[in-house]
Design a protein around this ligand. Structure first.
Ligand SMILES: [Zn+2]
Ligand SMILES: [Zn+2]
Ligand SMILES: [Zn+2]
Length: 114
């Protein structure tokens, strides 16, 4: 799906559907996203309003689960959700093991603070 690759930001189902201009129906898009996710190509990002977004994975593959300890930044000005390269290390109590992280930071993106 070239559309996802062309975007630097995470896109929602609705945005994809809109961009494809009705070329694919909801179910098809959903199925493609699901298989991309299983193949380690995209990962899910839940924005604070509960809308699921999808972003390209950098270095995930089939074998290991999606381990994204990077920040997702949501700009409250232009409403974009981006993957930032900033890695976050969590200090969890002994005995706890992370299987999934969902870090969302809100603020203004570089473009909007200019
Ligand atoms: Zn991933
Ligand atoms: Zn912005
Ligand atoms: Zn991400």
């Amino acid at each position: 799906m070239a559309y996802l690759q062309s975007k630097n930001e995470a896109v929602s189902h609705e945005m994809i559907q809109h961009a494809l201009d009705g070329e694919m129906n909801r179910v098809t898009i959903y199925r493609i996203l699901k298989s991309f996710e299983e193949d380690g190509i995209v990962h899910k990002v839940m924005s604070d309003d509960g809308v699921l977004h999808f972003a390209l994975c950098n270095d995930c593959d089939h074998d290991h689960s999606h381990q994204h300890n990077h920040i997702h930044f949501r700009c409250t000005q232009c409403n974009t959700v981006e993957c930032l390269d900033e890695k976050v290390s969590l200090n969890l109590p002994d005995g706890y093991k992370v299987s999934e992280t969902n870090l969302l930071v809100k603020g203004y993106c570089a473009q909007c603070t200019q």
